[in-house]
Design a protein around this ligand. Sequence first.
Ligand code: PMP
Length: 359
Amino acid sequence: TEQTTGNPFWSPAVAKLQPYVPGEQPKSTARLIKLNTNESPYPPSPKAQAVLTAEGIGEHLRLYPDPESTELRATIAAQFGLTPEQVFVGNGSDEVLAHAFYSFFQRPEPLLFPDITYSFYPVYCQFYGIDSHQLPLRDDFSIDVADYNIENAGGVILPNPNAPTGRYLPLADIEKLLQMHPQRVVVIDEAYIDFGGDSAVSLIERYPNLLVVHTLSKSHALAGLRLGYAMGQAHLIEGLNRAKNSFNSYPIDSIAQKVATAAIADRAWLVDNCAKVIATREHTCAALSAMGFDIIPSTANFIFAKPPGVSAEVLFEALRARNIIIRYFNKPRISEYLRISIGTDEEMDALIEACREVL
Ligand code: PMP
């Protein structure tokens, strides 16, 4: 019956798919403090914004975009000490991840990832018919890489820092994963790496099976642009290109190519923006800890916290009634915790004050 639920016109493959419930994106944020989808509270680099008002930018749209995003890939490569052949770009890191699942993980063996992690991984597994083996986190939500020493795995994927926990896995542990699965791809999804951890990019030269994925949606404050990229040895990037070109998926539009190039080149802005978010995160953690919250150590632009004396769901609803939206997960083990994106200092002070009132 599961195969045939839905619409008679849908193929059985589509009828089997679960509807995806995205994080709440309210139409108007005028009266809201929006701390639910890990966006940046500050606008993007002025140099990236300037592209949009540059002379002739609109006229330029009569031409098709560069299908290879040549300048953008060269700029990313230069930032990380790589060559352009080691860089793949996509419309958001979600699209990059979709190509990675298709290119590397469609195998008879199961893909390994943590049981508490980015909610899209199981969605892609379902979409591409990939089996998964989800490994439990420790009680403190850390990852024990020894659990991943499983023969006949189809690959490994994990976010570092993990989402929604914010916990960071040291590079020495990532190296262990790479060594355990030398014949399979290990994808490290570094959506939040700029907020404190060391990037695995430094390992690319030594590990032919490592793919590192980044996004401009968080630390670069460009969630609306839809730009993500993967870095790895050229043979992995070639695999992604084959999948993308055969599927004929969209190239990056020409305006996004230019804005992203300017954003990535403005390293000083990125460092400064992340420093502000980190300082606000530490201040927020200190204030919530003092109120009795249990906070998982975070190296991301969000925190994962369990409120004292009241359920996470009750606090979530009470904050919602005060026009503050955060993220509540109605799932085993994590339903006691709330994920709170880091906003401006004023927004976090309003959150802290509202928590104090409710508690
Ligand atoms: N990976 C992780 C771990 C994320 O949390 C997100 C954002 N929800 C993404 C990838 C996707 O980001 P985007 O498609 O905006 O690049």
